[in-house]
Design a protein around this ligand. Structure first.
Ligand code: FAD
Length: 200
């Protein structure tokens, strides 16, 4: 049984995993079992080139961020399990949370974060009831969001990134993932607000 499972290894999913992982020394996060399904084949980062993101060297490719993001997570926060080469097919409720079925395995998690991007090709069974036209994208693009309030779809089920209804900009998607992570940490901390800062 996982405490938190993040689905999607793009901007929002990896950012969420990094912030969750960075709380490893907080007492309320210490023994939490966190995992991320780092599927990246369909990430919008694959084709992106970044000149307008604060902190990124101009001409940084999205493809390099996909690789370096996984490495950063592995090097700094190895307790966050990275599940590679699996694609989620079904999400359903279970007694203690959610059952997540991939093309290879079944996982159970108390809490799930969905960060699979806003394309209408999304085919995860169990999420269809929440799908609506994206509120902040050009209509002709047929983008979708999962209806949510402040990233929460329902108890313990979160959505992050473009699929949460945000416009497609790297900083916004990453920020959305980080936002969800701090919401989860706040939940684990009994409702007391949490941020995770390192200092020089
Ligand atoms: C060509 C292009 C250029 C861009 N240029 C810029 C730019 O200059 N500046 C800027 O700020 N933004 C730019 N962007 C936008 C930026 O890349 C996106 O806003 C950002 O990647 C969205 O992050 P996300 O996490 O919502 O989705 P994604 O990064 O697309 O991540 C979604 C992840 O979910 C995974 N996934 C999908 N389905 C499943 C499944 N069933 N199971 C498990 N995992 C799954 C995917 O493989 C992917 O890794 C550009 C985008 C494109 C396409």
């Amino acid at each position: 049984m996982l405490d938190a499972l993040i689905i999607g290894g793009g901007a929002a999913g990896l950012s969420c995993a990094l912030v969750l992982g960075s709380a490893k020394n907080k007492p309320f996060a210490k023994n939490k079992h966190i995992a991320i399904i780092t599927h990246q084949k369909t990430s919008h980062l694959q084709m992106a080139l970044f000149n307008n993101v604060l902190g990124l060297k101009p001409e940084t490719t999205g493809a390099s961020i996909l690789e370096s993001g996984k490495k950063q997570l592995h090097d700094l926060y190895p307790h966050v399990e990275q599940i590679e080469n699996e694609k989620v097919c079904v999400i359903s409720k279970s007694i203690n949370g959610f059952k997540v079925e991939t093309n290879k395995n079944i996982y159970e998690s108390k809490l799930v974060v969905i960060a699979v991007g806003y394309t209408n090709l999304m085919t995860i069974k169990g999420l269809y009831p929440y799908i609506e036209p994206h509120p902040r994208a050009a209509i002709e693009k047929n983008r979708i969001w999962l209806k949510n309030t402040n990233h929460l779809i329902e108890n313990n089920l979160y959505v992050a990134g473009t699929l949460a209804g945000w416009r497609s900009q790297f900083a916004i998607a990453s920020g959305s993932g980080a936002h969800v992570a701090t919401d989860i940490l706040t939940l684990w901390n009994g409702g007391k607000h949490v941020k995770v800062h390192d200092k020089v």
